[in-house]
Write a protein that binds this ligand. Structure first.
Ligand code: ZN
Ligand code: ZN
Ligand code: FE
Length: 760
């Protein structure tokens, strides 16, 4: 061996999601493979590797590092440095160093194929074990109390490993090497079935048997999942589903259905290859797919719409339960209306005592709550409707380093928070609608959790411009408490556009369609149909929908007919409206029409809005599709269900003058339209033409689509198809929520650019 080919030592620093994902044993195996000596070590910033050996082996090692890294890992950066060789004789995995903690947290991951197979193997010591996991799967975020991610810092700390588990845990060649939640029948958590007064009535296998009987009898039960409890009932039992709806006070909002395998999903829904890929992904989200007309599922699972949310059993416990049942189950987050998902049985029994007949629980604490994620395919686009289990906490690579620590607190609905520090950008899981005290406490708890994880005190807090948002009020209180902290307010629809720019790292000017529910506009009115020319630092409101009144304010959000009536008042006189025979006018008494007209005329409790989301409501009412709304986004789903040929018909008319998009020609045409289906088709076609027309006015700008309206799969697929055929560059969020769940990300992106200069 020549002198030149030896005594070279490389120090390699890897950052990203590299802890708790089997990264060190992977490195160990690669080092062995290429006969390299040295060590691998976790520290607060990620992983440090030192290798020495032949220089040719160094490059093959480096290639293997990036090309074959473990499935749950994500490498954000690798830096190398040549140092003096030490003449070590072996490669070792060293104990974690304690230093400042900056490593990313992995989300909870669905049971992997290897563990699922092992659980089914009657000769395996974990046969039928409901908490089987390995380095590639199992709980992470939901059990972490502090970083670094080591067993004593998780809710597994109370379980002492048995000898057999310890052996696997210590063996770098075992797939459970340093799998922090490792356990078995002898040493891990156990299942317990509780009656509604909290008494344990069965354990283990027996608990599952009793639970199965209750579900098959049509009862609602609660089951502890990975990030919280689900309310569960037999999805094929119409009476059971109806009862669950009554008990949960949830009249029409679709319920998700959990299946045991892909085959049974296909019996209930028509799914594309892309849907299938999402359903089977290691994140196992709820995927919104097309319901089959001949499905045996209870029809009240998703009344009046042709879609359904499906997902596969994602914990070993769910698999065991579904196998026993042989039926799909409704599995909806256990919570009170407007409250966060429940994570402990005492709380559950207190709040939902009258709803459930039994509670299946286990003794591993859920430290951080996490809902199920919700995804949908729209043509080639993957839409994230709720980013939670499997995906979040999500870290995005940050192009702009920041010396300042920034906290963005998001919107009031579908709240999430986002943090930036050093080279990191982190988005929290879905927190929810901050419309109850419980929900707001959950928001505060999440902020504290993330501050603790990352030893983070913000220098800048970013919030929405809406003075009424709980998050904005909270942000202002924080500034008062610590005057050194800066406050930055970002307009809601600009933040939507920014979220898309953030996901794709766009720095350039874009034409952004921010079509949404309502958000606070710069002029104090409620925006939501905005076309912006925007870059990360600033924007201009170039076009917007002609404003109309929300008669009765908040009431108008719940009652599409109030929006529709305002649209009629924009076009006709009171006398003309009163004489009309259409579903909107007929849903009111003549006296009501008159008093709402007065409200409209004087502008009392009738805030002005340019929201496309509300325009959907107005159209749904005028078309006799819906007069009242059971849940947010219902009109959109109903219109989408009715629309079959929007790509074949001409859209309703509109005009654009001085940047104002006037819908009044559309209103007149709706009144003359022949059917609900025709109205749905022509309205969808109109929105597509509108976007394409405006995009043509700005041929050099990339198009950004963002905001809650783009959860409409039909709109997204028709617009993107057209943009592609015109070879227009466009961006729509895929990995981050396109709805208000993305606002925090947008706010953060703006703050990074605003403060970037005095920052670096
Ligand atoms: Zn596994
Ligand atoms: Zn064990
Ligand atoms: Fe919004």
């Amino acid at each position: 061996m020549s002198v030149a080919s030896i005594s070279k030592r490389l120090r390699i620093r890897v950052t990203g999601i590299v802890q708790g994902v089997g990264f060190r044993p992977f490195v160990y195996q690669q080092a062995e493979r290429f006969s390299l000596r040295g060590f691998v070590l976790n520290d607060g910033d990620g992983v440090i590797i030192e290798i020495e050996g032949e220089s040719s082996a160094h490059s093959t090692f480096m290639a293997a590092l990036t090309q074959t890294s473990p499935p749950l890992s994500r490498i954000d950066s690798i830096t190398t440095e040549e140092i003096d060789a030490l003449g070590e004789s072996s490669f070792t995995i060293r104990r974690s160093a304690q230093s400042s903690v900056r490593t990313m947290i992995s989300p909870d991951i669905a049971v992997c194929d290897a563990c699922a197979a092992e659980m089914q193997d009657s000769t395996d010591r974990r046969y039928g074990y409901p908490f089987i996991n390995c380095t590639d799967c199992g709980p992470r975020y939901s059990i972490i109390k502090a970083l670094p991610y080591d067993r004593p810092n998780t809710s597994m700390e109370t379980f002492t490993m048995c000898e057999a588990c310890q052996k696997e845990y210590d063996d770098p060649t075992n797939r459970r090497y340093h799998a922090q939640p490792i356990s078995c029948f002898d040493c891990g958590p156990t299942l317990t079935l509780l009656t509604t007064d909290g008494t344990a009535c069965a354990n283990g296998h027996e608990a599952l048997e009793s639970l199965k009987r209750l579900i098959l009898e049509g009862k609602t039960v609660a089951v502890k999942g990975i990030g919280g409890f689900h309310l569960v009932c037999d999805a094929t039992n119409e009476a059971a589903v109806k009862q669950l709806r009554i008990d949960k006070n949830r009249p029409s909002k679709p319920l998700a259905v959990m299946f045991n395998d892909l085959h049974s999903i296909k019996e209930a829904a028509t799914i594309s290859n892309e849907d299938e890929r999402l359903v089977l992904s290691k994140e196992r989200p709820i995927v919104i797919v097309k319901k089959r007309a001949d499905s045996s599922l209870a029809s009240s699972i998703a009344p009046s719409i042709d879609k359904i949310g499906v997902f596969l059993a994602y914990t070993p416990l769910h698999i065991l339960l579904l196998e026993k049942l042989g039926h799909p189950i409704v599995a909806t987050s256990a919570n009170m209306r407007d409250a966060p998902i429940i994570t402990d049985e005492a709380e559950l029994l207190k709040r939902l005592n009258r709803v459930v007949h039994a509670v299946l629980t286990y003794d591993r604490e859920i430290v951080n709550a996490c809902d199920d994620s919700v995804m949908m395919m729209a043509a080639q686009e993957t839409l994230t409707m709720r980013m939670a289990r499997g995906y979040a906490p999500k870290s995005l690579p940050l192009s702009l380093a920041t010396k300042k620590k920034i906290l963005a607190v998001g919107a009031n609905q579908k709240n999430t928070i986002a943090l930036a520090f050093d080279g990191h950008l982190i988005l929290s899981p879905h927190i929810g609608d901050l419309v109850s005290l419980d929900a707001f406490e959950y928001f505060e708890r999440t902020v504290e959790t993330f501050k603790d994880f990352y030893d983070f005190e913000p220098d800048i807090i970013v919030c929405d411009k809406h003075p009424g948002y709980e998050t904005s009020k909270w942000a202002k209180e924080q500034i008062e408490k610590s005057p050194g902290t800066e406050l930055l307010e970002v307009q809601h629809h600009y933040a939507h556009a920014l979220a898309a720019m953030a996901e794709y790292g766009l720095e350039e000017e874009v034409l952004a369609f921010s079509f949404d529910g309502t958000g606070y506009g710069d002029d104090g009115t409620l925006w939501g149909g905005e076309v912006l020319i925007a870059n990360p630092k600033t924007y201009e409101r170039r076009y917007h929908l002609r404003p109309f009144s929300l008669l009765g304010g908040e009431k108008a959000v719940k009652e599409p007919r109030r929006v529709a009536l305002a649209l009629l008042f924009e076009c006709f006189t009171l006398d003309e409206v009163r004489q009309m025979k259409n579903p909107t006018v007929e849903s009111f008494t003549p006296e009501q029409v008159t008093s709402l007209y007065t409200m409209w005329e004087r502008g009392i409790n009738a805030p002005s809005s340019s929201s496309v989301g509300r325009l959907f409501d107005g159209v749904a009412s005028l078309g006799g599709i819906a007069q009242e709304s059971g849940y947010e986004g219902e009109s959109g789903l109903l219109i989408e269900t009715l629309s079959k040929e929007s790509d074949k018909v001409g859209g309703f008319s509109y005009s654009i003058e001085e940047g104002v998009i006037d819908y009044r020609p559309m209103v007149r045409e709706i009144l003359a339209a022949s059917s609900k289906e025709a109205i749905a088709d022509r309205f969808m076609a109109m929105l597509t033409s509108l976007i394409l027309e405006l995009a043509e006015h700005h041929p050099t700008l990339p198009v950004v689509l963002s905001g809650g309206v783009f959860q409409n799969a039909l709109l997204v697929s028709s617009v993107t198809k057209q943009l592609r055929s015109r070879e227009r560059r466009y961006y729509i969020q895929q990995e981050t929520p396109v709805n208000d769940g993305g606002i925090a990300l947008g706010q953060l992106y703006h703050a990074l650019h605003k403060t970037g200069r005095d920052n670096g």
